[in-house]
Ligand binder design. Structure first.
Ligand code: GRF
Length: 202
């Protein structure tokens, strides 16, 4: 599965996907990384690994214009699948439709709880005992979309947003490669808001 990764920053999830894809037996490969932020550390990490790393500027132009260039770049990479990994731009319905059910995102909460930003601060303030992360197919509505896989982690009494984020991030690095593996194996079927994982015990 020829996969491109969209990033805006640090790129630790991108790195986890790259590491999984480095195994020749893994059913997906990273054909390129695209960032809307020229300074994203992820671009350097990808370059160092020999993966094409591209910058597409979003500032000073319309969303449609930005997405047209993004789409051209993806075609140039001959990507057939997309993974958002800390990609901080909202995409229009037009772009989302072109990649429908071929486009994943990872979010650091147990969706549908805590969509949007500052999730760990909000979870701690609410006193929840568990949080976690979700890999889901992208829809035009932010952090909505059919759920592929989730992992839960405990929230401890002494947690700060930073300590909880670090615990959740470890789980992110486990489940994102798992979701991409299933996609590469052609096992994911979307039925309405649900994802059926073919061959899964449940
Ligand atoms: C992750 O927590 C991801 O879930 C969220 O943004 C963060 C990106 O981290 N969407 P990284 O760039 O993958 O290290």
């Amino acid at each position: 599965l020829r996969t491109a990764v969209l990033v805006s920053g640090r790129g630790s999830n991108m790195a986890a996907l790259m590491e999984a894809c480095a195994d020749p037996a893994f059913p997906a490969e990273i054909v390129g990384v695209i960032s809307n932020n020229r300074d994203a550390a992820a671009l350097q990490t990808a370059t160092d690994a020999g993966i094409p790393a591209l910058h597409v500027e979003h500032r000073g132009r319309s969303r449609e214009d930005f997405e047209a260039e993004l789409h051209d770049r993806l075609q140039g990479l001959e990507a057939g699948f997309l993974c958002n990994a800390g990609f901080m731009r909202i995409l229009t319905a037009g772009f989302v439709d072109r990649w429908l059910d071929r486009h994943l995102n990872i979010h650091p909460s147990l969706l549908p709880a805590y969509k949007g930003l500052h999730v760990h601060e909000r979870a701690i303030a609410d006193g929840v005992r568990f949080s976690g992360c979700t890999v889901h197919f992208v829809r035009a509505e932010m952090d909505a979309g059919p759920i592929v896989v989730q992992a839960a982690v405990p929230v401890h009494g002494g947690d700060t947003a930073e300590s909880l984020a670090a615990r959740v991030l470890q789980a992110e690095h486990r489940i994102y490669p798992l979701a991409l593996r299933w996609a590469g194996e052609g096992r994911l079927r979307v039925e309405g808001q649900r994802v059926i994982v073919d061959g899964a015990a449940d």
